[in-house]
Design a protein around this ligand. Structure first.
Ligand code: GUN
Length: 282
């Protein structure tokens, strides 16, 4: 029998803690504020940003949205970021990705002050994660680590296989698992013997972006399966894992929706509170 790792339940606990920290800061006369920038009309991005704003409201964090036209120039966007960097009342800055193709994500992300980079995407923060000395952790991998800890799933000595090598999920996921003494393999589209490698996983993280990519034959009996995917299959929201069949083999598994997704937002709230505390030397 498998256990469903309930992201809604675990994220509530994380958000409750953040809410209490916001209140404690408010009592010291400190307010917490997140600036969210969205460029263009990507429908998925709009939903993500709306959910982030909603979470801020529920926790007493002020959120300011900057919804910019799809044809915003690099100069205009950099100018906004510069203003927000120097605005003391803004603690966190998030620029929703992907950006329209005429904007260079690397330049934009690295323009955000590392102290306000609540996504932990700035190269300075990425470097800090590499050496295991960090304040901000990228929200999705951090949320997954929180889920494992909440469920009492130890990483130490386990074979951890991550499918996907993105800068947002796959690579930092690998580092966080490594910091917890997991034996980590990161797989990608050029990996040979993917099925065999996945079958060695005690902890399998799927961050591929393809519906039902992870099938039963790729999963070891008793594995913990974490599904980062957010796909549509005939209009229905689903992850990267064939949940119905894989769950029969797994000891624990995250659902989609209601798994990793809510954790990502909870960790963003946590990072925003961390930013406010550090900036105010609390
Ligand atoms: N696009 C998809 N996931 C994320 C995220 O965690 N942060 C930002 N800024 N953009 C994203």
């Amino acid at each position: 029998m498998y256990k469903i790792i309930d992201g809604k339940e675990i994220s509530s606990a994380t958000k409750q803690k953040a809410k209490e920290e916001v209140l404690a800061l408010n009592e010291k006369g400190i307010s917490v504020c997140l600036a969210v920038i969205i460029v263009g009309e990507d429908p998925a991005s709009k939903i993500y940003v709306a959910n982030k704003k909603k979470a801020c409201e529920a926790l007493g964090i002020k959120s300011i949205e900057y919804a910019l036209d799809a044809d915003t120039t690099e100069e205009e966007l950099l100018s906004l970021i510069e203003t927000l960097n120097s605005e003391k009342s803004v603690n966190g800055i998030l620029c929703q990705l992907p950006l329209p193709s005429h904007l260079d994500e690397k330049i934009i992300i690295n323009a955000i002050s590392p102290e306000k980079d609540v996504d932990a995407f700035h190269t300075k923060n990425v470097g800090k994660i590499m050496i295991g000395d960090y304040d901000f952790v990228p929200c999705t991998p951090a949320g997954i680590m929180e889920m494992l800890e909440y469920e009492g799933i130890s990483v130490e000595g386990k074979n951890c296989v991550v499918i996907g090598r993105s800068n947002i999920v796959g690579k930092p996921m690998g580092m966080l698992l490594l910091h917890k003494n997991g034996t980590v393999t990161i797989c990608h589209s050029k990996t040979k013997n993917l099925v065999e490698i996945c079958k060695t996983a005690d902890i399998l993280v799927a961050a591929v972006g393809k519906a039902n990519f992870v099938t039963e034959d790729m999963v070891k009996e008793g594995a913990v399966v974490i599904d980062v995917g957010m796909n549509r299959d005939n209009g229905k929201l689903c992850g990267d894992v064939d949940f119905e069949n894989v769950s029969k083999k797994a000891s624990a598994i995250t659902p989609v929706p209601g798994g990793v997704g809510p954790m990502t937002i909870a960790m963003l709230m946590k990072n925003t509170v961390t930013a406010a505390k550090k900036q105010n030397e609390v």
